[in-house]
Design a binder for this molecule. Structure first.
Ligand code: GLC
Length: 650
């Protein structure tokens, strides 16, 4: 039985949970009614409501201009080249009058419709009802103390909190970025010693995740809600690089709030949200992980705050579906894993991870499961839900079977036959045993194993990538046995992976000619530095979630202790260098927000492990069932039953 047959059989009858219809239909037929006005002007009223007026501005780009302005307009996907920015006009004079959203009485509303038609799905206006949020927060603060997932600590009882934690909270709050008076994210780094800011003054989507989780766990929901809704608005803009627009649904890597003079008014300014989809990023890397993290955070927000109204909104539902469509669209690939270019995630420079890197696959799997949970049932959703379910099964089978290595599997690869032309080849990807790197033969412990970094035709990237492995545990992409084995490996290889500062981003480093060829002689990614075997304190939070999921929190607690010895003294560096993480990284930022937030999330979760469930996804029985059918249909298991007629060696 073929894979797809198994999947279809197992999943037929699965209840459709999605709204929309056809996926993978090539270009999305997008129709914008360009009259998009997010009003947030400010006026004094009895309750000091704050209103801002935002409009959608299109700028000329390489000579092709099109003004969307206020008139209704519709255009095709690739029709024009343009840069769009979400502009919030915040009249300075009014701001000086003293009312801000921080007053606690802000009201946001959209006074006009932006209609985005995607294969028949209409994206409705964004309605940011801050009054409702605040009410919700009040209610849920009460709720949380009555035992819901969200844990609200007494922020005033500082005496009971460790001084490092106090400092971390102060720094995290200092890193908050405001848009029209409301918090919408955290800056990547707040390093007063750095002369070259680059884009570290931006809000990065991936960097905000630990910040957002820390705020959620603290019962501060509005910053996360604002972040989710504003990045959603950025998602729908078209973006262009040298006459080419990437697929719709892409979330930016980062955005910046800029204050610019208001046209025609010398004494007023407006705030502008300016996203970067990779078109300005170093190396022009497309952020594949942003949309996946956005879905994961959206689910966590709902679970923690109890406010499901955000994920139920039509525009949010459409946003989820746009991300799914982009990820599930048909391509040339034979694998269920997502095919991406180099640097599509936390490792956002050339590091030889192009192809099917584990980190993206783990986030993809986690986002698919999260989306399935959140999508509202609607007529016409059957195709999308079927595609999503099929992909989940195929993806977990593929990763568990082909990415997994331990002593036994390594020995199996060592004895592989090659050049098998057949449908039931054992060595499906034609891996030559000589590819097994000498370091791995020594390094692989008898107990433990891990998921390799990447799998391509005739190529296995045997490096250990921490985030991909940890998130495979958190999302249940790895089996229970594999998850324990990954944690066993981290324990056994503590001095390599944790050493003087948790956690190595990958192991081992690329050196010599390999470094030259694979990184392009990147001076930032020299061996045991930055992405190339550097140690990143932010990874503490993912380690903690994974350990809690497997009921082994003591591993994470030990790593937190290691970090606590020096992280505050070292001023919260972005990363550490050397094999044992002894030095603060060569070009490392200090006061890196996700180092601070990662530490805080680890502490908060270790204090209340049950809160980790906002991030964890458990495998459902449908998937387990489908997976076991596929395992029994796998030729590798049937190797004993030889069928010579079916094997052709060319
Ligand atoms: C670096 C990291 C990336 C991070 C960014 C902002 O580019 O590689 O993962 O998002 O800095 O901190």
């Amino acid at each position: 039985m073929g894979t797809s047959e198994v999947v279809l059989q197992v999943l037929s009858g699965a209840a459709p949970r999605l709204l929309s219809s056809d996926i993978g239909s090539g270009f999305l037929d997008s129709t914008f009614s360009s009259r998009f006005l997010l009003k947030c002007t400010k006026k004094r009223a009895s309750r000091y409501k704050q209103l801002f007026k935002c409009s959608n501005i299109v700028q000329n780009h390489i000579g092709v201009s099109r003004y969307m302005g206020l008139c209704s307009d519709s255009f095709g996907y690739n029709e024009v080249n343009k840069v769009q920015r979400l502009i919030c006009k915040c009249q300075k004079a009014e701001r000086l009058s003293g009312t801000t959203a921080a007053d606690g009485n802000g009201t946001w509303f959209v006074d006009n419709a932006k209609t985005l038609n995607l294969n028949g799905v209409t994206k409705k206006p964004n309605i940011l009802e801050f009054e409702n949020v605040q009410q919700f927060e009040q209610e849920n603060k009460g709720l949380a103390s009555n035992g819901s997932v969200g844990t609200v600590r007494d922020t005033t009882s500082k005496t009971s909190v460790d001084s490092i934690e106090d400092e971390a909270w102060d720094l995290l709050r200092d890193s908050m970025v405001y848009y029209c008076g409301s918090p919408i994210g955290t800056i990547a780094a707040n390093d007063p010693t750095s002369s070259n800011v680059l884009n570290y003054d931006q809000v990065f989507i991936r960097d905000f995740i630990p910040s957002g989780i820390a705020f959620l766990l603290k019962g501060e929901y509005d910053i996360v809600r604002n972040f989710i809704l504003h990045t959603l608005q950025l998602q729908s803009w078209e973006k262009t690089m040298d006459c080419h627009s990437p697929g719709q649904g892409l979330m930016p890597a980062s955005f910046k709030v800029r204050t610019v003079p208001l046209d025609g008014d010398d004494c007023a300014t407006e705030e502008v949200l300016d996203p970067d989809f990779g078109e300005a990023a170093i190396g022009r890397v497309a952020p594949v992980d942003s949309g996946l993290w956005w879905i994961i955070l959206l689910r966590a927000y709902g679970k923690c705050s109890g406010d499901l109204s955000v994920q139920e909104r039509i525009d949010v539902q459409t946003g989820i579906k746009m991300i799914l469509r982009l990820c599930l669209a048909d391509g040339f690939d034979m694998f269920p894993t997502l095919l991406v270019t180099d640097g599509p995630c936390m490792i956002d420079r050339r590091m030889g991870i192009h192809g099917h890197p584990l980190e993206i696959q783990a986030l993809f799997y986690s986002a698919l499961l999260s989306a399935r949970e959140m999508l509202a049932p609607e007529d016409g959703s059957a195709d999308l839900i079927r595609a999503l379910n099929n992909r989940l099964v195929a993806l977990s089978f593929h990763i568990r079977e082909y990415y997994w290595i331990d002593m036994r599997k390594l020995n199996e690869i060592y004895r592989y036959k090659t050049e098998e032309y057949s449908y039931d080849a054992v060595n499906k990807f034609n891996i030559y045993p000589d590819q097994i790197p000498p370091w791995l033969v020594e390094w692989m412990p008898n107990k433990g194993g891990y998921l390799i970094g990447n799998l391509q035709p005739a190529h296995m990237d045997f490096r250990f990538f921490s985030l991909g492995n940890l998130w495979s545990v958190v999302s249940s992409l790895a089996t229970t046995d594999q998850s324990h084995a990954i944690l066993d490996l981290i324990e056994t290889k503590w001095s390599d992976l944790v050493a003087d500062m948790p956690l190595k981003i990958c192991y081992p480093a690329l050196e010599g000619q390999e470094w030259q060829i694979i990184t392009g002689s990147d001076p930032k990614n020299t061996p045991w530095s930055y992405h190339n075997g550097g140690s990143w304190p932010t990874l503490l939070w993912q380690l903690t979630v994974a350990c809690i999921k497997m009921n082994r929190p003591e591993i994470a607690a030990k790593a937190v202790q290691v970090a606590e010895k020096r992280i505050a003294r070292d001023k919260w560096p972005e990363y550490y260098d050397t094999k044992r993480a002894r030095f603060i990284g060569k070009q490392s930022r200090l006061f890196q927000t996700w180092s601070i937030a990662g530490y805080l999330v680890a502490k908060l979760l270790l204090a209340d492990p049950s809160a980790a469930k906002i991030l964890i996804t458990e495998e459902d029985s449908e998937l387990v069932n489908a997976f076991s059918c596929m395992i029994s249909a796998n030729p590798r298991r049937k190797r004993g039953r030889k069928n010579p007629n079916k094997t052709y060696i060319v």
